[in-house]
Write a protein that binds this ligand. Structure first.
Ligand SMILES: NC(=O)c1ccc[n+]([C@@H]2O[C@H](COP(=O)([O-])OP(=O)(O)OC[C@H]3O[C@@H](n4cnc5c(N)ncnc54)[C@H](O)[C@@H]3O)[C@@H](O)[C@H]2O)c1
Length: 358
């Protein structure tokens, strides 16, 4: 049975979660004058057919991977849409991970100043996080997601059947964002993730759907309260200033996003602990233990060892300055007081940053 979670933005939309639900998309798309499907070649090969009744829809299958989130690929997709004759009443369907969702969503936001898009996230990370909330973007060589727009999808279908084909590394990447969401959500979600950690690693169906749904519920709640990230939504960036810098210094595509974020969470907690804002210093070790059980790096050092990459402290600090969350050169972090109690926008002390990144 499929679950439905409403995202109360303007206009609101439903996120459907369940097994074999991609067949629901065709009738919705049929109400538009025309449509294109944006996907990547790997996902197209594995799951294009699950979108029953959509064989005729023009498909743009991009190269899989983070490098695809570029201005060059965005231009390719926009030209594809124009050549297919899309008009203002047409729609875009994205089928893929966060890369396809972010890029396809941005193309929909820009084409004729904005047309409808529907998201069919196929990676764990995209199902629990990237497909909800309307943040769309491409990367610039200078940094992650530097060119983007807010453009909410009009419907999301998270079909859990497609997750079976995810590579282990991509699975863990999704678990990284789930760990972040649990810290944002609060003690109950964190405890549920601890309880479900083993089943999650084993991709156990039943608890998986429940945990995915609870992450989506948290994200939907935070997004609805602040769709344009003017204030409260910034808590969702927990670990991301570090994570984005790690991704950039490693070279986009070398370290999956959620794995970089997991190391970023450890660093954000370390900063919280060292600056004395953490209510219970035990949360640092507790999160590290959970990360380990989920197959995630518990620290920057662990990530360096795991990847064999130097991830130089100076380069990471420099990259953080460029991160779009920085204001006039100051690096701003989300710090943690306790699960569910986060402090966004804290200006990071350069000395402290150098210590935790060493
Ligand atoms: N918009 C947001 O709010 C938001 C939130 C978090 C992350 N993101 C972005 O999302 C991106 C990361 O997303 P991602 O981890 O999904 O990466 P991705 O889209 O690159 O997908 C990872 C890999 O998994 C493959 N894949 C996807 N679904 C599959 C399936 N069902 N079976 C087999 N292989 C499959 C893809 O082909 C790709 O090779 C980053 O660019 C990140 O910045 C956006």
């Amino acid at each position: 049975m499929a679950d439905s979670i409403r995202v109360d933005t303007e206009p609101p939309y439903e996120v459907r979660i369940g097994r074999g639900i991609l067949g629901e998309v065709a009738p919705v798309v049929a109400s538009h004058t025309s449509a294109v499907l944006i996907t990547d070649s790997r996902v197209a090969e594995l799951h294009r057919e699950a979108l029953q009744g959509m064989d005729e829809i023009a498909t743009c299958a991009l190269e899989p991977g983070e490098q695809t989130k570029s201005l060059a690929c965005l231009e390719r997709v926009l030209s594809f849409m124009a050549r297919e004759g899309l008009d203002r009443a047409s729609c875009v369907i994205t089928l893929g991970g966060g890369v396809v969702g972010d890029l396809g969503g941005l193309a929909a936001a820009l084409y004729m100043r904005g047309i409808t898009f529907y998201a069919c996230p196929t990676s764990l990370l995209a199902q629990v996080d990237a497909s909800i909330g309307g943040k769309t973007a491409v990367n610039l060589p200078e940094g992650k997601n530097l060119a983007g727009a807010f453009h909410q999808p009009r419907g999301v279908w998270a079909d859990t059947d497609v997750l079976a084909t995810l590579e282990e590394e991509e699975w863990c990447s999704g678990l990284g964002e789930m760990l972040k969401t649990a810290l944002v959500g609060g003690e109950r979600t964190l405890a549920a993730l601890e309880e479900g950690a083993q089943a999650l690693r084993a991709r156990d169906g039943e608890s998986l759907e429940t945990l995915i749904a609870s992450c989506i519920t948290i994200k939907a709640r935070v997004v609805a309260a602040d769709p344009d990230e003017l204030d409260g939504r910034r808590v969702l960036n927990l670990g991301h200033s570090f994570g984005h810098a790690i991704e950039r210094v490693a070279g986009f595509g070398k370290i999956p996003h959620g794995i970089a974020v997991a190391a970023g969470l450890a660093l954000a907690l370390d900063c919280s602990r060292r600056s004395g804002v953490l209510d219970d210093p035990g949360l640092f070790e507790r999160t590290a233990r959970l990360a380990e059980r989920l197959g995630l790096p518990q620290s920057l050092r662990a990530l360096r060892e795991q990847t064999g990459l130097a991830l130089d402290a100076g380069q990471l600090a420099e990259s953080m300055q460029l991160d779009k969350k920085g204001r006039q050169g100051a690096v701003r972090l989300v710090l943690v007081r306790a699960p569910g109690k986060l402090i966004p926008g804290v200006e990071a002390d350069p000395g402290l940053l150098a210590e935790v990144l060493a």
